[in-house]
Write a protein of this length. Sequence first.
Length: 401
Amino acid sequence: MDNSMIENIAKKVNVSADIMRQKAQAILAEQGGAWKNAGKSDDDCNVLALRVAARQLTTEQAALSRSGAVTYEGMFVSVPRSKEWGKILYNKMANQLRVASEDVRQNFVDNGSVVLFEDNHDGSFTRHSKEEYFGNETAEVSELPRHTQKLDENTHFYVVWDKNNKTFPSGDTNFKYGRARPQDERERTMLFLGRPTGDNSDLKVITVKATQAAADVQYPTFVPCTFAMRPNASGTVAYVKPKVSVFNASQSVASIFDAAPVEYDGKLITGGVAQMVFGLENTITGLDQLGSYYDTFNGKDGWWDRSLIVVGEVIHIDPRDNGGYVLMVSDVDIMSSAEGVEIYVPSEQDDKVDFAVGTKVLMVGQAWRTKEGDDRMSVNGWYAFDTIAPVNVEDDAGWDE
């Protein structure tokens, strides 16, 4: 594609040339075949891709301005798995109710924690609840509310969303009061290092929260980008907005960082963006130090939010059936007896795995210990460096010919 054309269109749309180019290339990859079949030349296809990209970006910009979101420049440094809080809560309550006596179950009902439904086996159910929720403690109902979970052949229940507040602070009726908490309540809490686009202030770490369908998206880490999100008043927390928060990789954003994600002397992490974010005390020399790290910080304030960084070496790359890869990473020190860790790369990030076995990887994650006493690490972010280029293996089909 013509660079001058890309730059001119990018200026009109008010985005970087990198973003315009990537958007157009993605559209070309998706629609180029159909355009060529329709008789379009390569130049025609390039122009069409730029036009469609410009329209889509203009639409995104309009949606952004209406949403109250702000475009940030920077990069994600930690993207843990999403938490299915609703599922976790319902499973926990079900386990408690199954072994509870009738009196204990009734206590859960009386204090407003749950609403129980007794199956009358005639198409109706007897509802048992706190009186304030519905004006009575028991009532016959013809159907079960959404999010109700089966406990046994005779009993269903739901966990109450809010048992304390009949109204919101504004005085409006609280629709959560006495109602079923959703079972599919998902949340992903991430860390983003950056600043609002066009703002020359210092970079800061922002906690980014995504809920429901937005929590299903796993963003790549240590990739310079622009990303729209809605900040709170202090700017320390921001929220993902569906259809507005679009991840746009942009190498031009890399210039806002003073250093690469990691500086490594072959044995130790000696600096870099990751160490600046997570600190020297959360830097370990190898996976064989997970146990001592766990013993040092487990149980202390902030433990559940504490992340460590460590460098490992890729020893195996396994393609997944539905796209993506599993990277097996071990200690760089050949004498280490520590178990390796696995990095799951979703199919949307296939292009990040452009290296071979032997590549060094910076990992961000959390330490934990199994019931058997084995030390493990959950990887929430990674960055490949000192990469080894993959070898292009020729297809040997037909050699006999």
